[in-house]
Ligand binder design. Structure first.
Ligand SMILES: C[S@@+](CC[C@H](N)C(=O)[O-])C[C@H]1O[C@@H](n2cnc3c(N)ncnc32)[C@H](O)[C@@H]1O
Ligand SMILES: [Zn+2]
Length: 384
């Protein structure tokens, strides 16, 4: 038996896995780096439908990856991803949600996986009297964060709960990190670190809205909404409010001292639907790859619309030949001019529509806007 078959599910504790992408070798990181010739194994928990990375090419050297290699969004101090389905950057979307709640004028907060400090900067500008701490292993991220908020205390290392004092924080934040780390341990530490009635702000990617996570080497936890609610409830974190835009959900929880069991029932009720939905995502990828392989066999010239991780997954997993790339297009001005293989990314335009086929490289949130742009294109359109 492979050793990872005994890994316990982060949500329900069982270790019964159905492998989702057996034999699939090529994965990507969120910074779009392609990892070849090393297996990525994702398993579906047959009990609760949680998808977990059982083995990743990054396993051997995860610490080095986050300290030195991790590049997502580190282009410059101000660069941030923008979600074109609703026109806001990731930081703007998060800040709009969190600051729709008001916090006391004084308090103590810990931002776990604080990255380059967008959130801290925004929090400081509204609540300058708070004592703020941030921890992240990424050296470059912490350097950038320190410049944004010199008065905060930063630790350049992995989060380990015992480094921090129990019951001493009014607010703990974990934004865009829980997909990458052992979430049960992190959330149990949130409960320990918070004061009674303290708040927990979380942002996570939800799998059905981000099917590309199936190929992500650096995402270990692929949640459905029911999974995160079941897990937080187990640690007495009661939902205050939630919000979704794009592939991410944002949540505010409050630590409570008594048990409420209503939401776990929701996971129990939904698990068969969740497992079906996961299998549908896997089947959709296989359908897209099969269509693209047919295009290759027929020598069709293919345009790719959307430059990001989905594009890298498709090109690498179909071994798409350079000579059949009609062009790579994107609506994001930041991406225009970037080089992918030997192709320069162009602004999407009518010219794209002369290709034999167009592949929409986006998740379910981005596809409708792309289809609108294509208007009455007569060729083959391929998307998840
Ligand atoms: C997608 S970034 C999110 C950054 C920031 N919170 C934001 O919302 O922009 C994920 C961050 O998690 C950090 N990270 C990864 N493993 C970690 C760990 N074990 N402890 C703390 N942070 C970690 C990474 O270095 C990276 O900066
Ligand atoms: Zn499970």
């Amino acid at each position: 038996m492979e050793k990872w078959m005994s890994i316990k599910c982060e949500i329900c504790g069982n270790s019964s896995w159905e492998l989702l992408n057996e034999g699939q070798m090529i994965s990507v990181c969120s910074g779009r780096e392609v990892l070849k010739n090393s297996p990525l194994v994702k398993g579906l928990c047959t009990h609760c439908g949680f998808v977990y990375t059982l083995r990743s090419p990054l396993d051997e050297d995860l610490d080095h990856y986050y300290r030195q290699v991790y590049s997502s969004k580190l282009k410059s101090e101000v660069y941030d991803y923008k979600n074109y389905s609703h026109g806001k950057t990731f930081a703007e979307t998060l800040n709009t949600f969190v600051f729709s709640h008001s916090f006391p004028q004084k308090g103590r907060m810990l931002d776990i996986g604080c990255g380059k400090g967008f959130f801290k900067e925004a929090f400081y500008s509204r609540y300058p009297e708070w004592h703020m701490e941030g921890v992240d292993p990424s050296v470059t991220s912490i350097e950038m964060a320190r410049k944004k908020v010199p008065t905060a205390t930063f630790y350049t290392k992995n989060f380990i709960g015992s480094d921090y004092q129990a019951g001493s924080y009014d607010l703990v934040c974990i934004h865009a990190v829980l997909n990458r780390v052992p979430s049960r341990m992190f959330i149990s530490e949130v409960e320990r670190l918070l004061k009674d009635d303290g708040l927990f702000s979380a942002e996570i990617v939800i799998f059905p809205q981000a099917p590309f996570e199936l190929f992500f080497a650096d995402h270990t936890c692929m949640y459905f909404h029911e999974h995160i609610l079941a897990l937080t409830e187990e640690f007495h974190l009661d939902l205050v409010s939630e919000d979704t835009k794009g592939s991410k959900w944002r949540f505010l929880f409050r630590k409570i001292s008594h048990d409420k069991i209503s939401r776990r029932v929701e996971l129990d009720r939904q698990r068969e639907n969740i497992k079906d939905a996961v299998k549908q995502i896997v089947a959709n990828w296989q359908r897209v790859f099969a269509k693209i392989r047919t295009c290759i066999a027929e020598g069709k010239k293919v345009a790719f619309y959307g430059q990001g991780t989905t594009l890298m997954i498709i090109l690498s997993n179909t071994d798409f030949p350079q000579k059949l790339i009609y062009g790579i297009y994107d609506d994001n001005p930041c991406k225009v001019g970037e080089q992918v293989l030997e192709t320069t990314v162009q602004q999407s335009s009518a010219a794209m529509q002369a290709a034999d086929a167009i592949v929409l490289c986006a998740g379910p949130e981005g596809i409708p806007a792309m289809l609108k742009t294509l208007n009455n294109y007569q060729g083959l359109v391929i998307h998840l």
